[in-house]
Design a protein around this ligand. Structure first.
Ligand SMILES: [Fe+2]
Length: 425
């Protein structure tokens, strides 16, 4: 078979080949074309507050060291010794003055420079130019309100241009209290599904909620409770250029809806929002003061679930295996009771033991099984819900439509198609 990978998605993004969800040839091309040419989330700046603090993270299939240097600058490098390629950082996080390769002890400083090679004068009598053998840096780094992104693409557009109007929405959450946000912890787990499933679910798949999550909603007080209707009936889906999208709630509800979670946490959370209402009006404006983001995805694999106090990345392992990384995200200025309440809200709903997460994971695996069969994989998946129903909005940027519409997913797969058009099958 020859042709172009872009033929796997139609022009509208409304028909998507099942090969996108289980085919290793597609997956291999994505590592270069999608992960090699996008801005990818590396971590939160609160994870590396002091010089020498490091966090072992990922970009696509690569292991990456995120580290704050002695000069205060945060840098990222391939976690790979220049001599034989071994990972030089084996710990998840910590503070280090240097990284020593376990094989031949090549030693690197926190700025990535190669500082030590054992018996250098004896082993390299003609000299060794260590200045050319530092760790390979990630081509570009940028920070949006504490979220650190990196890109392998030397020609990538600036992060703020890449995010575009998505930043307007992200800031509803990231800039709602003085000092922004911080993360309290990270959970990781693997799941049998393609990495795009979490991304396309969290970009605006409200329409599965009343059905997939009905058992939780009933257990928490019924399908008609405000935590549900504020999103399903009164929220909107927004598609933003470059493949991003989100679900926005609170348009017509000046009283902030807190979402599902531990009921005992509600008082502390509503007190937190009351305390910083004037701050939000001043810094975000009267409309965004009460807007929130139940779910959002920054192309290709970073998501934020605002009402569940989490940011997450769906890291690709193979076409049918994904590693989820899920951080608890809170407002830095929140008092200890509010931070604890946000933590409980997260634990009840998301993370590997969360009631919403477990429903979603089962669905994502099911999608992958449907894409793997020798006959079923010849079919397309259908993303035609709400075709033509979205468009400009008087107050909200992007293309706005109702929540039972797949225009955010269509935008996502159009972006995928654009990037994959240069790869050949
Ligand atoms: Fe869900």
């Amino acid at each position: 078979m020859s042709g172009n990978f872009s033929s796997l998605v139609n022009e509208e993004g409304s028909r998507v080949s099942r090969r996108l969800f289980a085919d290793e040839a597609v997956f291999e091309a994505e590592l270069e074309q999608v992960f090699g040419k996008s801005w990818l989330f590396l971590g939160h700046e609160s994870q590396v507050p002091r010089p020498g603090d490091f966090f072992r993270t990922r970009m696509g299939d690569e292991s990456i060291i995120l580290i704050r240097g002695n000069d205060g600058e945060v840098r990222a490098f391939l976690n790979s010794c220049r001599h034989r390629g071994l990972p030089i950082c084996r710990q998840d996080k910590g503070n280090a003055k240097a990284f020593v390769c376990p094989y031949h002890a090549w030693t690197y400083a926190s700025d990535g420079s190669l500082r030590g090679v054992p018996r250098q004068s004896q082993s390299y009598p003609d000299g060794l130019d260590k200045s050319k053998l530092g760790l390979v840096p990630v081509a570009h780094m940028a920070n949006h309100r504490g979220l650190i992104f990196g890109s392998f693409d030397p020609d990538i557009i600036p992060l703020e241009d890449y995010l575009g109007d998505m930043a307007w929405y992200l800031d509803c959450h990231l800039a709602r209290a003085p000092g922004g946000t911080e993360v309290l912890g990270l959970q990781r787990w693997e799941i049998d599904c393609n990495w795009k499933m979490p991304a396309e679910n969290q970009i605006g798949d409200v329409c599965h909620g009343p059905f997939s999550h009905v058992s939780l909603f009933e257990a928490a007080g019924g399908i008609d409770q405000p935590a549900v209707t504020s999103v399903v009936d009164n929220g909107v889906n927004v598609a933003v250029p470059n493949g991003h999208g989100c679900v926005v709630a609170g348009m017509n509800e000046p009283e902030r809806e807190l979402g599902l979670g531990d009921p005992s946490a509600s008082e502390a959370i509503s007190g937190h929002f009351d305390k910083y209402k004037a701050y939000r009006v001043e810094h975000l404006g009267a409309l965004r003061e009460h807007l929130d983001l139940p779910t959002a995805t920054v192309f290709p694999n970073f998501s934020i679930l605002g009402r569940n106090s989490t940011i997450r990345v769906a890291h690709p392992i193979s076409a049918t295996r994904t590693e989820m990384w899920s951080w608890i995200l809170v407002d830095k200025a929140a008092d200890p009771e509010a931070k604890e309440a946000f933590r409980k809200q997260y634990q009840v709903t998301f993370g590997p033991g969360g009631m919403l997460e477990s429903d979603d994971g089962e669905n994502w695996s099911g999608v992958m099984y449907g894409a793997r069969g020798s006959q079923s994989r010849k079919q397309d998946y259908v993303y035609e819900m709400g075709m033509g129903s979205d468009g400009p909005h008087a107050e909200l940027p992007g293309s706005v439509g109702h929540t039972f519409s797949e225009h955010t997913q269509r935008g996502y797969y159009r972006r995928w198609r654009e990037l994959m058009s240069e790869a050949v099958i």
